[in-house]
Design a protein. Structure first.
Length: 193
C-alpha cells in the first residue's frame, strides 16, 4: 500500500489539515494518509504544545469519518527529538509491505536541505508537495527531482497559531475546526490561557 505521511504537531488539527490530507488521499495516487502526531519538532518550542495524547485524541476526532486518513502516534515511542529520517526507517522496518511517502508544504521543501540526512529521505521516499500562497515554486531547489511530486492541491492558509491566539482572545474560530475538535477544545477550556 502507498501511504502518505503527513507530519505535524497538529496543535490543534484544523480543517486546513483535513482538506490537504483528503485531497492527497483522493487525488495523488496515495492510498492512505497517516497523520503522524509529532511529540516534539526540533524547530518548535515544546512549551507551546498541548499534551501529546490530547493532540492525538483531537486527530482521532477529526479523522473518524475519513476512512483513508488514519491518526498515528508512531513517533511517541521513538527517541526525542524526532527526526523524519529515523521515523521513516522505523516505519519501513515495522511495515515492510508498505511504501511510505512524505507530504509537505512548499515552504518545508525549501528547507529540506537542512533536514537531518535529507539525501537518504530523497533516495528512498517520494515527497508529495502541496502549494503555499507565500511560496515561489521557481525558487525550489528540488522542484525537478524525480522523487518530488508537486500536487495541485487547494491552497489553504489557516494556521494553528492563528487558531490558538484567536481562542485566547475569545474569538469564534469554530468554522476553522472539525466540529468534534471544536467541542473538545471548548469543553476542556484549551488554549484560553
Amino acid at each position: 500500500m502507498k501511504i502518505g505521511l503527513y507530519f505535524g504537531t497538529f496543535n490543534p488539527i484544523h480543517v486546513g489539515h483535513l482538506i490537504i490530507a483528503n485531497h492527497m488521499a483522493e487525488f495523488s495516487g496515495l492510498e492512505q494518509i497517516w497523520m503522524v502526531v509529532t511529540p516534539h519538532n526540533p524547530h518548535k518550542q515544546k512549551d507551546t504544545l498541548l499534551g501529546d495524547n490530547i493532540r492525538l485524541e483531537l486527530v482521532y476526532l477529526a479523522t473518524e469519518n475519513f476512512p483513508k486518513i488514519k491518526p498515528s502516534d508512531i513517533e511517541f515511542r521513538l527517541p526525542q527529538p524526532n527526526y523524519t529520517v529515523h521515523t521513516l526507517a522505523h516505519l519501513q522496518d515495522k511495515f515492510p509491505q508498505h511504501e511510505f511517502a512524505l507530504i509537505m508544504g512548499e515552504d518545508n521543501l525549501k528547507s529540506l536541505h537542512k533536514w537531518k540526512n535529507y539525501e537518504v529521505i530523497l533516495e528512498n521516499h517520494a515527497i508529495y508537495v502541496y502549494p503555499r500562497l507565500d511560496s515561489q515554486a521557481e525558487n525550489i531547489e528540488f522542484q525537478n527531482h524525480p522523487k518530488i511530486h508537486l500536487i495541485d492541491a487547494p491552497v489553504v492558509e489557516i494556521s494553528s497559531t492563528f487558531i490558538r491566539d484567536s481562542i485566547k482572545q475569545k474569538k469564534n474560530v469554530r468554522p476553522l475546526l472539525p466540529e468534534k475538535v471544536w467541542e473538545y477544545i471548548d469543553h476542556n477550556n484549551l488554549y484560553r490561557k
